[in-house]
Design a protein around this ligand. Structure first.
Ligand SMILES: *[C@@H]1O[C@H](CO)[C@@H](O)[C@H](O)[C@H]1NC(C)=O
Ligand SMILES: *[C@@H]1O[C@H](CO)[C@@H](O)[C@H](O)[C@H]1NC(C)=O
Ligand SMILES: *[C@@H]1O[C@H](CO)[C@@H](O)[C@H](O)[C@H]1NC(C)=O
Ligand SMILES: *[C@@H]1O[C@H](CO)[C@@H](O)[C@H](O)[C@H]1NC(C)=O
Ligand SMILES: *[C@@H]1O[C@H](CO)[C@@H](O)[C@H](O)[C@H]1NC(C)=O
Ligand SMILES: *[C@@H]1O[C@H](CO)[C@@H](O)[C@H](O)[C@H]1NC(C)=O
Ligand SMILES: *[C@@H]1O[C@H](CO)[C@@H](O)[C@H](O)[C@H]1NC(C)=O
Length: 464
């Protein structure tokens, strides 16, 4: 009788459980844990009535198209979530926010195209993030910021040309990073320097011309095919990239390797050759050679002037400009330095007259070229008639007035508020001002006005 009662209670308990389990799914109570198994059930969405205490949730091989904020709400005990091989193209922001204990998230073989900043926010305990075989084009810069505990990240077989490298740099527990079969063309130097636990890096089939040298690679064993690894070695796969075999890849050529299928794509002399069969001394760089530059230039004060400098070399040389007073020219409100070697002086001043130096440099060397710039001073008309006194362009009257204007009062350009107000600056803000010329009649001899203001950002006077 007692036994019968016990059986009855068990049946009742199971019946209660069966009600919580979503239709078509199987729920296993592996006391005290609950696993909800809904793989291959033809589901079109995440069932709403999943037990919020479930620890494992399998939803692979269904037809789920999107993940909504409520789908996994309150599932604080969930450790393992599998959504592989669905048709997910959209994940609501913060859809995984409540999953504070989640260790593994499988989203491979779906239709994701982008990962936003808040898709994985707060998932500080996640160890495995599997996103391979999607159609990812964009991962926003902050998307991985909270994933500091990640041990495995799989982004292979997507369309990514960039990933949040700075976040990767901080994932110090990472041991497996799969980035193969994407469109990556650049890996910043220092990306792997803190990843002491990394033992597998796959960048096969991307658009990389080079890899950043890193001490980590010293223990690398380069594998063309996956092989058996000892725990201390580091498996690096980089075949199928358009490697540019110059002196910058010499460090890589010096690593030990197992099998080899990698080839060089450039320079022309080495194109198509097997990477590991090219002798070290053929990994050459070429020092820069300046091929074109602006010759002596003369412009009127206040005009725009472009100084050009072009150089070739291997790798492509960087170009810097040194001003006549010996300073490195950088981007300011008056000057723009472009990577193509052009230096734009938007509004020239007499002080720009002198020798500019173009410096072209790459790992193989440096080249210099001097460009002479002569700025022709404009005449400053200051006293053509008895009644008109133009403000002295060299004085700081205007900026004084502008400051007064910014404080809410009007001022005249000649610094005599309440005077005859020939030039009035009104409505001055930090970046705009209304300038009025209150001349009753044409003044003989005045052909143009020059407005001079103080660009205090870089302490230069600007003429218009
Ligand atoms: C989650 O928990 C909150 C508070 O306990 C409750 O209001 C909400 O309805 C729950 N959401 C779901 C989807 O169970
Ligand atoms: C994502 O976060 C980064 C900082 O982590 C920020 O620079 C970027 O603008 C954000 N992007 C979007 C689309 O909000
Ligand atoms: C200066 O600004 C230009 C235009 O915004 C930009 O293309 C260039 O890369 C900048 N140069 C530097 C050195 O930041
Ligand atoms: C360099 O780039 C700038 C900005 O894109 C452009 O205005 C300039 O003409 C270029 N110079 C040369 C020499 O191609
Ligand atoms: C201004 O007028 C004075 C006297 O008429 C003259 O000596 C001086 O050269 C003039 N200055 C300019 C810049 O024209
Ligand atoms: C400045 O001058 C303008 C035009 O003369 C006038 O409308 C405005 O009220 C004046 N502002 C102040 C603060 O005096
Ligand atoms: C420009 O303004 C700043 C701040 O008011 C001042 O320190 C600087 O001397 C001014 N520069 C010129 C050339 O007048």
């Amino acid at each position: 009788m007692e036994r019968l009662l016990l059986c009855l209670m068990l049946v009742v308990a199971m019946a209660v459980r069966a009600q919580i389990c979503p239709k078509r799914c199987v729920c296993q109570i592996l006391s005290p844990n609950l696993a909800t198994l809904c793989a291959k059930k033809g589901l079109l969405f995440v069932p709403p009535n999943i037990d919020r205490h479930t620890v494992e949730l399998r939803l692979a091989d269904n037809f789920v198209t999107s993940v909504k904020r409520k789908d996994f709400a309150n599932m604080t005990r969930l450790v393992d979530l599998t959504l592989s091989r669905n048709t997910i193209s959209f994940i609501s922001s913060h859809a995984f926010t409540d999953l504070e204990n989640l260790r593994a998230l499988h989203l491979n073989s779906n239709r994701l195209t982008r990962i936003g900043n808040d898709t994985f926010s707060g998932m500080s305990k996640l160890h495995h993030l599997i996103l391979n075989n999607n159609q990812l084009l964009v991962i926003h810069q902050g998307a991985f910021n909270d994933l500091l505990a990640l041990e495995e990240l799989d982004l292979s077989y997507n369309n990514l040309d960039s990933i949040p490298w700075e976040a990767i740099q901080r994932m110090t527990s990472l041991h497996t990073l799969s980035l193969d079969h994407n469109m990556l063309d650049y890996i910043p130097e220092g990306t792997f320097s803190l990843l002491q636990k990394l033992n597998r890096l796959d960048v096969t089939s991307n658009k990389l011309q080079k890899l950043p040298p890193d001490p980590l690679f010293q223990r690398a064993q380069v594998l063309a095919t996956s092989g058996i690894l000892s725990s201390t070695t580091f498996a690096l796969s980089f075949g199928g990239n358009p490697l540019h075999c110059n002196c910058e890849l010499l460090w890589l050529r010096r690593l030990s390797r197992e099998d080899d299928l990698e080839t060089c794509a450039s320079p022309p002399l080495l194109a198509g050759r097997y990477f590991w069969s090219v002798p070290e001394e053929e990994f050459l760089c070429e020092p820069p050679l300046i091929t074109r530059y602006s010759h002596d230039i003369r412009v009127l004060e206040g005009q725009h002037v472009a100084l050009r400098c072009k150089a070739r070399g291997d790798p492509d040389p960087a170009i810097h400009w040194i001003s006549p007073d010996g300073k490195l020219v950088s981007n300011t409100s008056r000057t723009l330095v472009y990577t193509n070697g052009t230096l734009d002086i938007l509004i020239s001043t007499v002080k720009d007259t002198g020798s500019f130096t173009c410096i072209s440099s790459n790992p193989a060397g440096e080249a210099h070229q001097t460009v002479e710039l002569l700025i022709i001073k404009l005449p400053h008309i200051s006293n053509n008639t008895n009644s008109i006194q133009e403000p002295d362009p060299g004085s700081s009257d205007i900026s004084t007035s502008a400051r007064a204007g910014a404080a809410g009062s009007n001022a005249t350009a000649d610094g005599k508020p309440g005077g005859d107000k020939r030039v009035v600056i009104a409505e001055a803000t930090s970046s705009t001002a209304l300038i009025k010329f209150n001349f009753q009649r044409n003044i003989p001899g005045i052909r143009m006005f020059q407005i001079q203001y103080n660009g205090s950002q870089d302490d230069s006077l600007v003429y218009r």
